[in-house]
Design a binder for this molecule. Sequence first.
Ligand code: SAM
Length: 265
Amino acid sequence: MEIKDLLKIVNESDRVSALYDIIEEGTRLSTKAAQVEFLTTIRQIEKHLKPGMKILDLGAGTGQYSLFFAGQGFDVVAVELVAKHVNQIKEKISEEMSIEVIQGNALDLSIIEDKSYDIVLCFGPLYHLSKIEDRMKCISEVKRVCKDNGKMFFAFISNDMVITTETFLYNPNFLLEDLYNRETFKVVDFPFVFHTVDDCRKLLRDAELNIISEIAADGLSELFQDKINKMDNESYEQWLNFHFHCCEKPEFLGTSNHLLFVAEK
Ligand SMILES: C[S@@+](CC[C@H](N)C(=O)[O-])C[C@H]1O[C@@H](n2cnc3c(N)ncnc32)[C@H](O)[C@@H]1O
């Protein structure tokens, strides 16, 4: 099956599963360039993390974040839609980890009690749920299961930076094709859902959340992946430090493929 054939699949969960039969999630964050997103996000989560806190990871993928924090001694519950990913997480769990992996949908967390997690990660569902009402439902579930003094972390894929990356990295004719609307400057929401910085703010504010940080999670890393991947370790460390320094500056938000929003009630 090719990506374009996914449109024939009506059920959204089945479509997401079929997408991940085509793209390999397990190696997504494995290069130096891709690790920028992971390392930036970990740093931001650690700012709010205290010993004994409970973490819920929604759309856990193959477990990058769940396994990292379980490995640090935190209690983690990972919820993931795609069976293949659930199995991949389970294969990587070591004995000393306190982690539960559930195959489920972030749209319906009814098996989870209200106000039961200190940290809720939502890195995936909001760029897969195609209907705005489903994205709002997902955010309201995140809010419900988060403790009153807890923190909620949301990942988005940036509409504006995707246009730049697609054009200059993958397809010089991207701006002439139907996936890009030359009047609205929006990318068609397929196979992911794309948000501008203002779209992200509006979603979270409409859910009556208080945004406490807005972070350019990976900045220019995808666009410059070839150059970043060739950096020696010393230069890479300095590039990371520079990125960490810049990623919270508002002027960097528009030029990041992934956006990380931190919110509280
Ligand atoms: C690109 S991966 C990201 C994985 C991981 N959270 C990360 O940030 O590296 C997105 C994941 O979200 C999952 N996902 C998408 N929609 C979901 C939903 N409604 N409920 C649970 N998981 C979902 C997908 O199956 C996929 O594994």
